[in-house]
Design a protein around this ligand. Structure first.
Ligand code: PMP
Length: 348
């Protein structure tokens, strides 16, 4: 049985949530002399002289409606990268505990683990980039506190079989984090719909991809209210700035425009998936449920430099075990994709 208090770091368990004078005060006031702000105003524009809402109440309420969860099941981070880091700090004792991830996958799990002195356990994905469940189960130790699963996976682009994830959720007594940064481009249900069923499930999403707000830094973690309360306790109080909160609220009113944008990106992805296999320098094109494509080419380093010379930047993943020979290419606009295809076609 999963018991949250069994896995939270002892010193985190003892901590109390940050509370400001504005949280404690109930009622109306017009003179705020509690936070050492500049009451004269801000050179950057209206309102920015005041600290943002540390609880992001309005934003969470709106996200809760859209995602069909409770506001208490939402944590907001300065990008989902911040949520990844806080998850380590929440359950992993530095120098003692470990996490398990499934390469080739998103690099930040490893970076953040190293930064927090959390030992790394790596179980390679299978040839078709799925989870070898038995092997993961054999590798779990009493000190393993988190399993990171990325679905759709970066850089391979595929969804992970739901059955494998639910098997790990049932068998593991630590946190299972399902990173859904690219879920909006996939034809799949989010794991947020199964939070009630699994008390050890954490789902990560982000405004950086489909919503097109990478520059604003806003990531989400969905989990039980108990897990979210701990994340809120250990986050920096004002981690989501005022401009981001305002702009995200505005963006959330434009769901139709979001759908159109996703549709266009998926359409462009399908065109690339169709065109790339015909190129002489392309050995294999992996299927994609995301807004990027993993492409195996005959000469990855040569092709990478050649594209750079043409002013086109892609990601060279050829040195990653499991991705030998591969470039990861984001889906761009129609014009960008045509430029890319023409350049690859002319490569020799
Ligand atoms: N998870 C995955 C799988 C990603 O690819 C990325 C960004 N490349 C992130 C999380 C981080 O996103 P954010 O911008 O929200 O920090």
């Amino acid at each position: 049985m999963f018991n949250l208090n069994d896995i939270i770091r002892p010193n985190v368990l003892k901590m109390k949530a940050y509370s400001s004078a504005r949280d404690e005060f109930k009622g109306s006031a017009s003179v705020f002399l509690d936070a050492n702000e500049n009451s004269l105003g801000s050179l950057a524009g209206d309102k920015y002289n005041r600290y943002p809402d540390p609880h992001q109440r309005k934003l969470k309420a709106r996200i809760a409606e859209i995602k069909s969860v409770q506001p208490e099941q939402i944590f907001l981070g300065n990008g989902s990268d911040e949520a990844i880091d806080l998850l380590f700090r929440m359950v992993c004792r530095p120098g003692q505990d470990s996490m398990l991830h499934l390469p080739p996958t998103y690099g930040m799990y490893e970076v953040s683990a190293n930064l927090n002195e959390v030992a790394l356990q790596a179980v390679q994905l299978t040839e078709d980039f799925q989870i070898p469940v038995e092997e993961v189960l054999i590798n779990l130790k009493p000190t393993t506190k988190i399993i990171f699963i990325c679905s759709p996976n970066n850089p391979t682009g595929n969804l992970i079989e739901p059955e494998s994830i639910s098997e790990l959720l049932r068998a593991f007594k630590g946190l299972v984090v399902v990173d859904e940064a690219y879920i909006d481009f996939a034809d799949a249900r989010s794991w947020t719909s199964r939070l009630q069923e699994f008390p050890n499930l954490v789902v990560l999403q982000t405004f950086s991809k489909a919503w097109g707000m990478a520059g604003l830094r806003l990531g989400l973690a969905f989990a039980s209210p108990e897990i979210i309360a701990v994340l809120d306790k250990i986050k920096p109080p004002y981690n989501i700035n005022e401009a981001t909160q305002e702009l995200a609220l505005q963006a959330l009113e434009r769901e139709e425009a979001l759908k159109d944008m996703i549709e266009e990106i998926v359409q462009e992805r399908e065109l690339l998936l169709e065109a790339l296999p015909d190129m002489p320098s392309v050995e294999h094109v992996y299927p994609s449920d995301a807004n990027f494509i993993l492409v195996k080419v005959t000469d990855p380093n040569g092709m990478y430099k050649y594209l750079l010379d043409k002013g086109i930047v892609v990601r060279n993943r050829s040195s990653l075990p499991g991705c030998e020979g591969c470039l990861r290419i984001s889906v761009g606009t129609l014009e960008e994709n045509q430029q890319l295809l023409q350049a690859i076609a002319e490569y020799n």
